[in-house]
Write a protein that binds this ligand. Structure first.
Ligand SMILES: C[S@@+](CC[C@H](N)C(=O)[O-])C[C@H]1O[C@@H](n2cnc3c(N)ncnc32)[C@H](O)[C@@H]1O
Ligand SMILES: O=c1cc(-c2ccc(O)cc2)oc2c(O)c(O)ccc12
Length: 305
């Protein structure tokens, strides 16, 4: 390697290593921004918002708030725009809108979950919208659908609303469904997916199998296979499908980060490669499967008996 190449690599390493040292600062700042409601206040203001007004609205000490805002402007979370010759104001960006509490594309529950693992919020339905918009054909001809590990039924209620011909069964542990909201179009059933799963045309599993190791996944998938008809049945799995040897794939790297999160948050959970999906599905008695990409880290995997 030429001398300039080595120098360039050294200089890059010097920056990269500090990014690792202070990597926590980004999530800490973003968590703080969500808790204060900064993105909500700036979005509602409607035009570039001066620091003084932002500080008043948030009841924050202005010089500290300025430092937090400076960090976020540098990281392109907010924009800084001139209001007049003397004053600048802060404006929203597509990134800041993802920090709006209860916003349409809000990622706030995830950020709070990852920064405080015990914080379990309604982060359930985030991939549901991407599935509905990206893969509606998956639900064609599905008359009944059991959401295995469906939690409080939020995801299933979105699916049933989007595809009203579906009769939905929300299946989860008894103590979970006991407090799930009651709805006319969805039946809540309590049970253990390792023992038995209610019958339906299709079994839907979103963010379930990544909580378990291969052996446990195969047990769950075998129970899904028993629950669906041999001829027209299928499993619909919404999970990451990691692709190995794909360089410079930014969304792929998010999959690897998610894999780290699963290592931290679960006992034996993991994100799976296509090869690993093929293994668990075939071992569970599914003869073929398709992988449909959607606008998310996850894909929609359909497995057929
Ligand atoms: C990560 S959450 C996923 C929730 C839901 N699928 C969603 O996308 O929002 C995992 C769910 O699996 C449920 N679960 C765990 N073990 C289970 C079991 N043995 N039988 C049925 N559900 C189970 C949990 O109660 C929890 O609601
Ligand atoms: O910490 C997590 C994160 C997820 C997660 C993150 C991003 C996605 O697009 C989907 C899922 O899922 C988790 C999960 O299922 C769990 O049981 C514990 C922790 C997490």
């Amino acid at each position: 390697m030429e001398v300039s190449g080595i120098e360039e690599e050294e200089a890059r390493a010097e920056v990269d290593i500090w990014n690792y040292v202070f990597g926590y600062a980004k999530i800490a700042v973003v968590k703080c921004a969500i808790e204060l409601g900064i993105a909500n206040v700036i979005e509602n203001y409607g035009s570039p918002m001066p620091l003084s007004e932002l500080a008043t609205a948030l009841r924050c000490e202005p010089s500290r708030l300025y430092r937090i805002m400076r960090f976020m402007v540098h990281d392109r979370i907010f924009k800084q725009e001139p209001i007049n010759q003397h004053t600048v104001g802060f404006s929203s960006t597509p990134l800041s809108r993802r920090l709006i509490k209860d916003g349409e594309n809000s990622m706030a529950p995830f950020i709070l979950l990852e920064s405080s693992p015990t914080w379990l919020a309604p982060w359930h339905s985030l991939s549901a919208r991407a599935t509905i918009e990206g893969c509606p054909e998956v639900f064609d001809g599905v008359e009944s659908l059991v959401d295995v590990g469906g939690g409080n039924g939020t995801t299933l209620s979105l699916l049933v609303k989007a595809f009203p011909w579906i009769r939905g069964i929300n299946f989860d542990l008894p103590h979970v469904v006991a407090v799930a909201p009651k709805s006319g179009s969805i039946e809540n059933v309590g049970g253990d997916m390792f023992m038995s799963i209610p019958n339906a045309d299709a079994a839907f599993l979103m963010w379930i199998l990544h909580d378990w190791d291969d052996e446990e996944c195969i047990k769950i998938l075998k129970k899904c296979r028993e629950a669906i008809p041999e001829d027209k049945g299928k499993v619909i799995i919404v999970e990451a499908a990691l692709e190995e040897d794909k360089e410079d794939d930014e969304l792929g790297f998010v999959g690897l980060m998610l894999d780290m999160a699963m290592m931290a948050h679960t006992d034996k959970g993991k994100e799976r490669t296509l090869k690993e999906w093929s293994y668990v599905l075939r071992q569970s008695g599914f003869t073929r499967f398709t992988v449909n990409p959607i606008c998310a880290v996850q894909s929609v995997i359909e497995g057929y008996p």
